[in-house]
Design a protein around this ligand. Sequence first.
Ligand SMILES: [Zn+2]
Length: 115
Amino acid sequence: MVDRCVLKQMTAPIDCSAQFKRNRQQTWWATRVWCLVEAIAILALFLGPRGNEATFSEGQFTFQLVCVVVMMISGLATILATRKYYICPRCDEVPGRSGVSLFPYVCPNCGATLM
Ligand SMILES: [Zn+2]
């Protein structure tokens, strides 16, 4: 069975950098609201009401719990949008070995020029 990446390399070359630029822009449009929501939740969590064990109220606990849940949801949405849109046009994989490369010159998975 031929690997899909190798199969795409054998076909006619495509302009990966132009398509990857469009993928990056699409990723930014898909994740920017979630990034903003996450930043607001983080700020609210650390700048919001605080108290020690004696003065910590149920309302403060609920507020902090909501902040953490919003952070988790927005983080998950950002990850899913990145995995959907921030992909190499040749191999359809997210550029990066153990994470996401923000400025990949070449795709570490298939070697396509991305920038
Ligand atoms: Zn690739």
